[in-house]
Ligand binder design. Structure first.
Ligand code: HEM
Ligand code: FPP
Length: 314
């Protein structure tokens, strides 16, 4: 009997932890952190201090988790009505909104303190501006009111790249803003592809996502335009900025080629949900590999490999 009660308490405790974990929308955070890490990588010319990297990534994790939790509190009414979101902890009543708010404030405070004390004030303030922008501008002002919601909201997603740069250099440079621009321009194709898949759900709750208000044809045209803005922008890191080299440029070219191809096929089949899904999944893979390419590009081993290959050819 006592053993049973203890097991039940243990299970309840794990369920509570899991509910709070779910509040933070944890699957999105690793990619945000990859943009921070790759920005730190370039800013330190491949010699990033591992402790600084760890602390910055922890600060970024807490901040993103805080922002997502506040978003869950704010959007719990519409989350309740959409299949994709109806199992979230605040909707199903597993966490009280007031408890979630305390959790979010604690996470934001922890993030600010960690970054301000162990990294620098600029990175801490930028991170807080990320939370304010995502919650105040995207979630409150735009998401339910303006079809340009995610175009402007994409700026919040670009902030972790700025944070990474600021963490290393205590300033922002052209390269930092370029990384910001890459995430900013990537966000519309990433999100509209998903919105094409679940357009009816957004329509049901009255969220004016582009495919809902302008139709699939207009949305796929916009995806096409943003893809063409994104891909050339990724090359600017190599030329004229010269913060990345040949390996990055080759990988960016191949990845970009597939991006354009998928956007092109979708442009000609705007109602095909499978193609929209394929672009959505690819957009995530694309950003992961682009960040990885930035890191690989600067490794001494890569340089040695290229020199060996060039020697072999000659
Ligand atoms: C305003 C900007 C953005 C919007 C509106 C948006 C929206 C979404 C939505 C609705 C999902 C589906 C999540 C789910 O199934 O619950 C998703 C998935 C995802 N997003 Fe975004 N996103 C945005 C920006 C970003 C950024 C900047 C990143 C990272 C750099 C990112 C990374 C991801 C990842 C990794 C997933 C897949 C998560 C999974 O496996 O379920 N997103 N996004
Ligand atoms: C520096 C810092 C902390 C920056 C914050 C960056 C951040 C949290 C970006 C997240 C973008 C995102 C996944 C939006 C989805 O919101 P949604 O409300 O449209 O998604 P939903 O429909 O799944 O609720």
């Amino acid at each position: 009997m006592i053993e049973n009660t203890a097991t039940r308490h243990h299970q309840n405790f794990l369920q509570v932890i899991h509910s709070y974990y779910q509040l933070t929308k944890p699957r999105i955070i690793p990619l945000l952190l990859m943009t921070t890490a790759s920005s730190m990588w370039i800013a330190s010319q491949g010699n990033v201090n591992p402790v600084l990297l760890l602390v910055t990534v922890c600060g970024g994790t807490f901040a993103a988790a805080s922002a997502q939790t506040i978003n869950c509190i704010y959007d719990r009414d519409i989350d309740d009505q959409m299949e994709r979101t109806r199992h979230r902890p605040l909707v199903s009543g597993r966490v009280q909104p007031s408890h979630a708010l305390i959790f979010a404030i604690a996470l934001a405070s922890l993030s600010f303190t960690l970054l301000a004390v162990f990294v620098n004030l600029l990175s801490a303030l930028l991170t807080m501006s990320g939370i304010v922008f995502y919650v105040g501008v995207y979630t409150h002002l735009l998401k339910r009111h303006n079809p340009a919601n995610i175009v402007i909201g994409g700026a919040a997603g670009g902030i972790p790249a700025l944070v990474g740069w600021a963490a290393v250099t205590d300033t922002l440079s052209w390269a930092a803003w370029l990384l910001f621009a890459i995430v900013f321009l990537w966000t519309p194709p990433h999100f509209w592809a998903l919105a094409l898949m679940i357009r009816d759900e957004y329509a049901k709750v009255g969220v004016p996502m582009l495919p809902v208000v302008a139709g699939n044809v207009a949305a796929t045209r916009q995806i096409w335009v943003y893809s063409w803005l994104l891909i050339p922008t990724t090359f600017l890191l190599s030329y004229p900025l010269q913060v990345t080299g040949a390996v990055y440029t080759c990988i960016a070219l191949i990845l970009g080629g597939f991006f354009i191809k998928k956007a092109w096929v979708l442009l000609h089949n705007p109602d095909d949900k499978q193609l929209a899904r394929s672009l959505f999944l690819y957009s995530i893979f694309y950003m992961m590999l682009l960040c990885a390419a930035i890191v690989v590009d600067s490794l001494p081993l890569t340089h040695q490999l290229i020199i060996s290959i060039l020697d072999l050819i000659q």
